[in-house]
Design a protein around this ligand. Structure first.
Ligand SMILES: [Zn+2]
Length: 258
């Protein structure tokens, strides 16, 4: 299984509009962070997690041509803003793209982008065919995407819940400030974990370095990668603070997982 971190940035990206780099060194290429999306490639299937507003440039940069399914973590703009690109992905796949989320997530997506889901009965129908097929899941209930088993689990994002995903011994936990015992149970035995770490200072909706390192110690994966880092989080500085087996992610990072 190959996982590519397409974007490991925060909601505003790094730099923020206005060329604001904060504590990040602009000369370090790994400080250039687009909004959060990752893609998992296994058994000839490509599964995208979230369609960030930067998804078009991310897929071009990583030379990804096809996406078979999209899993959504939650409906904040930085995770869904590129949903309109499903149209291109559907053209390339020559079929509707299967998308997965909680009932609440899919409801928001279908209400706001109805043209992606509904059959158009007007004269323009031939031009605007539906491009996405929605599949709801429930937390803790594994589902199958073309033979790949996915386990979604609930996480606390401060102002809403968000979904963590486990696929084999890989797990992705972006946008989380608290993890309960149930989430830790689902993470048991994970070997590679990509996990939220916005910055060193605490934050009301995201984990910070001290908390994330405590979680990593509890889950005990062989490799942990920090994501959703903001402009207060310089790549080299945070890397120097990480213990063995923990490292900050960067856009385009590829993880090979057994
Ligand atoms: Zn969020």
């Amino acid at each position: 299984m190959k996982v590519t971190i397409l974007g490991c940035g925060p909601s505003q990206g790094v730099p923020v509009i206005g060329n604001r780099w904060g504590d990040c060194d602009p000369a370090e290429p790994k400080n250039h962070r687009t909004r959060p999306s990752i893609i998992i490639e296994t058994n000839g299937i490509s599964i995208l997690i979230d369609t960030s507003p930067d998804i078009r440039t991310q897929l071009l940069a990583s030379n990804i041509e096809t996406v078979d399914a999209v899993l959504y973590t939650h409906v904040h703009y930085d995770h869904i803003g590129g949903i309109g690109e499903l149209r291109t992905l559907s053209f390339l796949a020559k079929r509707r793209i299967d998308i997965y989320g909680t009932f609440a997530t899919l409801d928001t997506l279908q209400n706001n982008w109805s043209y992606l889901f509904k059959s158009d009965t007007s004269d323009d129908a031939k031009l605007y065919k539906p491009v996405a097929e929605a599949h709801p899941f429930e937390y803790g209930a594994p589902f199958n995407v073309q033979g790949i088993e996915i386990l979604p689990f609930e996480m606390d994002h401060g102002i809403c819940d968000t979904t963590g995903f486990r696929i084999g011994n890989f797990a992705y936990s972006t946008d989380v400030v608290e993890l309960n015992d149930n989430a830790f149970e689902k993470l048991q035995g994970v070997e590679t974990w990509v996990v939220d770490c916005l910055r060193e200072e605490p934050h009301p909706t995201h984990s910070h370095l001290e908390r994330t390192l405590e979680w990593i110690e509890r889950v005990s994966p062989s490799r942990a990668i920090l994501t959703h880092m903001n402009f207060q989080t310089d790549y080299q500085k945070i890397k120097a603070l990480c213990p063995e087996g923990v490292e900050p992610g960067f856009d385009g990072m590829v993880l090979e997982i057994d």
